[in-house]
Design a protein around this ligand. Structure first.
Ligand code: LLP
Length: 420
């Protein structure tokens, strides 16, 4: 059912978005439980011959209700901080299905994760192997690691979210793998269980996955020649979604087909850590029109949602489709508008140069595909309390994060007594 119109009015799994906005206010994030589940099942379906572990990348959406739903559906969780570790543990995931990635894990984070009994660390450098080894020894435990290999494969995506080339900070360069292998051999309390790569985000073509798989396959061969064996290859996330009209989301079955020869040849279990493709299409960001301002060159639709709520357009010039919640109210004539927020920055916009039936103050707009990297990247800039989040599950709407209040924002601050 997802986000469909019922008599011209947009609904989430059958629940009217206008009613949710009325009851909970705007700006508001609304998630479709059905869409999240459908996306997980589609991924499982596409990979069914390969028996993957799907570790939902909770950096994309770490709301407890969302990650609980993914865990109930059998997912493990991909985390990048001790904060995310605590969220993961809070929703009762099997710790063995937690994968801890990230380029700068601290000693404290490593120790907490070892104590929690996580499945494995994705290791980003030779130095980190030694850090994890000494933490494990200190705790009297063993822990699993996967070497994050930078396969130097270029995926066609935004320069800030490409990760798989030698130009960026992630992973161990392909040419430096041998020294990492030496570090693994020298370690006493770590077990090398896998290799990992993540070649970028919002990738719409399966071919880079094939290339990365082949390169990682060569590393596995090298390991096996040296008597080291692994059981897993983590192919990262990055599966792109259709943000724009006319785009086609990357089909999981195509990614499965691309990596299959390597996986079958090596007899390993693939791990996937998608974020966006599971959560992105499962969320909309609802915002209400404050005013319509006609300038000389442009018409601005000023809304109550802003870059502090949904940063992607400002930060990456990312395109999100925007649609009126009611498509009956304003007829069919379209006007070119910029949809902008109230934050004091020219870069504060949700969409530019869009053709929309010209809205009026009080109208609701839905920004689509906002379920990933939306709320998680929100801030309090301009002292704006963060939006509430709603999850619709089995036809029922649940507040899964209440709207922040000014008290929430001010409670951490104090004025020195000498200034009082
Ligand atoms: N695994 C690793 C190691 C990652 O770095 C990422 C994302 C993922 C998995 C999940 O990737 P996904 O399936 O969601 O593409 N804030 C940006 C995206 C940053 C992605 C960072 N890494 C955005 O809004 O587009």
């Amino acid at each position: 059912m997802a986000f469909e119109r019922v008599k011209g009015n947009l609904a989430c799994d059958g629940v009217s978005l206008a009613e949710l906005a009325e009851r909970h206010g705007t700006p508001l994030y609304v998630y479709s439980g059905e869409t999240l589940l459908a996306n997980i099942r589609r991924l499982h379906g596409g990979f069914r011959d390969l028996n993957p572990l799907i570790a939902f990348s909770i950096k994309a959406n770490s709301n407890l209700a969302i990650i609980r739903l993914a865990v109930r559906e059998g997912c493990g969780l991909d985390i990048v901080s001790v904060g995310e570790l605590q969220r993961a543990l809070r929703v009762g995931v099997d710790p063995g299905k937690i994968i801890f990635a990230g380029v700068g894990k601290t000693d404290d984070e490593i120790s907490q994760a070892i104590q929690a009994g996580i499945g494995m660390f994705n290791v980003e450098s030779t130095g980190e192997i030694a850090m994890i080894d000494s933490a494990a020894k200190r705790l009297g435990r063993r822990t699993g690691i996967a070497l994050r290999v930078n396969p130097n494969v270029k995926a066609d995506t935004h320069k800030y979210i490409t990760t798989g080339t030698t130009e960026n900070k992630f992973g161990i360069d392909f040419a430096l793998i041998d020294s990492a292998i030496e570090a693994v051999k020298a370690a006493e309390a770590v077990d090398l269980v896998g290799l990992h790569c993540h070649i970028g985000s919002q990738i719409l073509d399966a071919n880079p996955y094939r290339l990365a798989a082949e390169r990682l396959g060569e590393v596995v061969d090298r390991l096996r020649e040296q008597g080291l064996d692994i059981t897993h290859i983590n192919f990262g996330g990055g599966h792109g979604i259709a943000y724009e009209e006319g785009q086609t989301a990357l089909d999981p079955a195509q990614v499965a087909e691309a990596i299959q020869p390597t996986v079958k040849r090596l007899g390993i279990q693939p791990i996937l850590e998608p974020g966006r493709s599971l959560a992105g299409p499962a969320g909309v960001f609802l915002t209400c029109v404050i005013n319509v301002k006609r300038g000389v060159a442009k018409t601005f639709v000023i809304v109550d949602g802003a870059m502090n709520d949904l940063l992607r357009p400002s930060l990456y010039s990312a395109h999100h489709r925007v649609t009126p919640v009611s498509d009956v109210a304003r007829g069919n004539t379209r006007t070119e508008v910029d949809i902008v927020g109230p934050v004091c920055e020219s870069g504060d916009f949700l969409a530019k140069d869009r053709l929309l039936p010209l809205p009026e103050a009080g109208d609701l707009l839905a920004v689509l595909d906002a379920g990933a990297y939306g709320m998680v990247m929100a801030s309090n800039y301009n002292s704006r309390p963060r939006a509430a989040e709603i999850l619709v599950l089995d036809g029922e709407a649940h507040v899964v994060r209440r709207r922040e209040t000014m008290d929430d924002l001010l409670t951490l601050e104090s004025i020195p007594h000498t200034l009082r």
